[in-house]
Ligand binder design. Sequence first.
Ligand SMILES: [Zn+2]
Ligand SMILES: [Zn+2]
Length: 444
Amino acid sequence: MDFKDYLEKPVPCTCGQVHSVGIKAIEVEAGALNRVPFLLEQDGFQKPFILFDTNTYQAAGEKVLNVLDQKGFPYKTHLLEDLEPVPNETVLGRILMDFDPSCDLVMGIGSGTINDLSRFLSYQSGREYYIVATAPSMDGYASKGAALILDNLKVNFPCHAPRAILADLNVIAAAPQGMIAAGFGDVLGKYTCLVDWKLSSIITGEYYCDQIVQITKESLEKTIRYKDQLGTGDQEAVKALMEALITAGIAMSYAGSSRPASGSEHHLSHFWEMRYLLEERTPILHGTKVGIAAVLIAELYQYLLEEGLEPETIAKTAPPDGQNWVQDIKDVFLAAAPGVIRLEEEVQKNSVSSHKERIQVIAQRWTEITELLETLPPAEYMADLLQSVGAPARPWQVGIDGELVQRAILYAKEVRHRYTILQLLWDLDLLADYALRASSLGKE
Ligand SMILES: [Zn+2]
Ligand SMILES: [Zn+2]
């Protein structure tokens, strides 16, 4: 099945839901840019508002404007002046002040940040948007949320999916190798997030869909088969990667949440991102962090398997001591602490009673959980995969020190109400030990 087939119509599924996506067109081909005027005409748009920065103008923007000029198609452009634009209040405000209300479509030319900005702008202004991808660097193209920075904190705004995704292989295969490697890391994170999802369905009874998992796994495995060509700008390899990234977005639309694409590895990545933002450090590409985090999470899964726990002992586990929890959260999350504390007050995931409920299920279904843990590839294998595309595989390679690794493992789970290996380890009172152990990896 071609991955585009998922777009055609709502799919009734064995999970009981009818899955659908809001995207009308996905073009991952050499020369896809030339089709921009044709698509606009077909969709009945008269005048796009086009966003790009200096880099993405050179990569694809100039070409898009040329094909529009050739057809005499009117448009309005906005150049983001910063070299590394941040999707915050100031940048959004500038775009809004320059926005031309006679435009009936927003067209983003770029990747992560420009995708988030165009998605948000189009949603808030009641218009649709196209995204012209310039790099296969992250899996947000087909998703519905916009990750913006508000008051120095990352906030995810629910918006809509693009009407069209255009990825010209001549453009994305020429993207900087670091961005291709980051995209590969984001795809690799599906290994751990899919196991996390299943884990939650066993322990908390959360909704789970085998079909979605299947679609995601197939695109992950296809990308891995191309690992040796990904470092060479090979178009077929980059196509497989881009399709896997888009498929992850489709999977999220199908599930109605980011569950099929984001688990504990993303929680670690978000934690590091937030700390970097608060400390005003130069950001690391999302997919790069996700890849590194996925290796760490696989490490934690391995520790747990090696522990050789028995259901009888599991059933007797007391919850970890939570006496200093509020103070710890304040120390770790700084300005973001109130939101984290509020979330726990609401969902009570660390309360004695919810721990008790879960620990009984964990003990009862331990065999099934162990079998699930065994399905995850070893951390070393995942690290090798990352290295084969030239991506960093360990935190210290990108300047994340042991302390930040330890804190992420301990506290990243507090940012979202989503059951993963991190909460399971907390339930088993192993999280603190493992966080310490994982943080000293590679130090000896
Ligand atoms: Zn389903
Ligand atoms: Zn991601």
